[in-house]
Design a protein around this ligand. Structure first.
Ligand code: AHR
Length: 533
């Protein structure tokens, strides 16, 4: 009996502990699943979100162009003048505002004359920058502009500073944009009598590294010479000249922003810049070893933590630029960004082929949100890269094509192009893994060109859904729709066999009075479209 009473006591004590434990668990869970209030005031408008924030980058690298965009007019793969129809159709959907070309590191080895004229005139080269592949130069200036006109996009050309000459670069821009000159006539003979429109002209690429290497002072000398002697001759477009800026946390590029802006503030009438190209990859060190798929939660959290560093990187550059350019005459263009992960096993490491998962979709959404939060100064960004290279939006293999989770984020964010940012207030909460602590929720809001309010919400937490409430005091809600990109595992991918594994779905958002409420899935990205009166 005594023994029985003793056991009962132990049972009671353990039950109390169990109850306390359970209560703690529940209250913790309660805390995680508590409703997040996202308050938006449609009357509090911020800057315009430049559509060029959703730009792309395609380089002569691996299957980025050859195979991915260009298959040649004689290919069995359906094409228009050599350019894949399936890729063009997919890109039209995401309204690509500009494409940066021909590199990357390749740009400072590219000689434009080798890529114009008849097939016999094209020069075969070795692509020393990327895998030693044969570069046939069949995709050159005319093919690039044909591609742009098929997808409805603007041109961002990076001129060769490293191995080129000022004359070479200035002739190229004259060839592309002039009429009634020897170079303009040559362009006409090569098939295009109308001058092309070049919206962005970059003076080199990563001139502190593969495009140089130049110290900031050496680069500024090159920059001034290029800008003084290079002109756009097409009166229909105001070409924006873009200087090379730094790489994130890179000792070689250190000082570029400060030195260039200081020189710009002291510029003479012969030269000017309109943009500074800064680069920042999510790559977890060098060489990039983070697995693109088959990763665990630790690797998810680490990568998202690194992706969020984009915010501080932009803020640091903005602070320097604000000193010399308080009126924002020079934009930040994040002309290379994205995840740079371990290459897919069995592929040429020089081709930078990697899988693209739901984690990449979250990275893309968080980066877009950061760019939009810095919309006062960030007027452009280019994902690296467009097709088959790094965090691409499209993968192809021969005649097959698949849209990646990142593609779907570009598509879902189309209404943010040219929209007006709105003030948004919310308590992000916390998602922690080990000693990594991240904001659990991210949200951005804008008034679209169609007058609707668009809210993009990322639930970074891979373990918990989030209940959200969006009160619109003083407004009546006419209509709401919501679309979400969610996958049940953080490393879910789309494959040729299962192309819709990760694809956006409509979800329910309920309206009660002037409140919207909805629940979003873990590791998901949701875009709401709201009509208010
Ligand atoms: O996007 C791949 C490479 O990354 C580019 O060629 C270069 O500019 C950068 O270092």
């Amino acid at each position: 009996m005594k023994q029985f009473l003793y056991l009962r006591k132990i049972f009671a004590v353990t039950s109390i502990f169990a109850l306390i434990f359970l209560f703690n668990m529940c209250s913790e869970k309660e805390q995680v699943s508590g409703t997040v209030k996202i308050t938006i005031d449609p009357a509090q408008t911020g800057p315009e979100i430049n559509r060029h924030i959703f730009g792309h980058f395609t380089e002569h690298l691996g299957f980025g162009i050859y195979g991915g965009i260009w298959v040649g007019p004689d290919s069995d793969i359906p094409n228009t003048r050599g350019i894949r129809n399936d890729v063009v159709e997919a890109l039209k959907e995401i309204k690509v505002p500009n494409v940066r070309w021909p590199g990357g590191c390749f740009a400072d080895r590219y000689h434009w004359r080798e890529g114009i004229g008849t097939p016999e005139e094209r020069k075969t080269r070795i692509n020393v920058s990327w895998g030693g592949a044969v570069e046939p130069n069949t995709f050159g200036s005319h093919e690039f502009f044909d591609f742009l006109s098929q997808i409805g996009s603007d041109a961002f050309i990076s001129a060769n500073v490293g191995s080129g000459t000022v004359k070479g670069a200035s002739d190229w821009l004259e060839y592309l944009t002039s009429t009634g000159t020897a170079l303009g006539d040559e362009r006409a003979r090569n098939g295009n009598s109308e001058p092309y429109e070049v919206l962005f002209w970059g003076i080199g690429n990563e001139s502190w590294g593969c495009g140089g290497p130049f110290t900031p002072e050496e680069y500024i000398t090159e920059l001034k010479r290029h800008l003084t002697f290079t002109s756009n001759y097409n009166p229909n477009v105001n070409t924006q000249f873009v200087a090379v800026g730094p790489d994130s946390y890179d000792e070689y590029s250190f000082g570029y922003t400060e030195a260039i802006m200081e020189a710009w503030a002291d510029r003479t009438w012969t030269w000017d810049i309109h943009g500074l190209a800064i680069h920042n990859y999510t790559r977890g060190g060098w060489p990039p070893l983070i697995p693109a798929t088959g990763f665990n939660e630790q690797q998810y959290a680490e990568v998202i933590e690194e992706a969020l560093e984009m915010d501080q990187y932009i803020a640091n550059n903005r602070a320097i630029m604000d000193k010399y350019d308080p009126d924002t005459e020079v934009s930040i263009l994040v002309s290379e960004w994205g995840s740079w992960l371990a290459p897919t096993e069995g592929t040429d490491p020089g081709f930078l082929i990697q899988q693209n998962s739901q984690r990449d979709a979250v990275i893309a959404a968080l980066n877009f949100n950061i760019f939009m939060r810095h919309a006062e100064r960030v007027h452009g960004a280019n994902i690296a890269q467009m097709v088959n290279v790094l965090q691409s939006v499209i993968h192809t293999e021969d005649e097959k094509m698949v849209l990646t989770p990142t593609y779907h984020i570009f598509r879902m964010y189309v209404p943010f192009q040219g929209a007006t940012r709105l003030a948004v207030d919310f308590d992000a909460g916390k998602y922690s893994f080990g000693n990594i602590e991240l904001p659990r929720i991210d949200a951005i809001a804008a008034k679209g060109k169609d007058g609707k309010i668009y809210v993009a919400i990322t639930n970074v937490d891979p373990n918990n859904t989030a209940s959200l409430a969006l009160p619109f005091e003083g407004y009546s809600i006419e209509n709401v729709s919501a679309e979400t990109l969610y996958a049940s595992t953080i490393d879910a991918v789309n494959t040729y066999e299962n192309p819709d594994n990760v694809s956006p779905k409509a979800i329910n958002a309920s309206v009660s009075g002037n409140n919207i409420s909805l629940t979003v899935q873990p590791q998901s990205v949701t875009v709401l479209s709201i009509a208010v009166k």
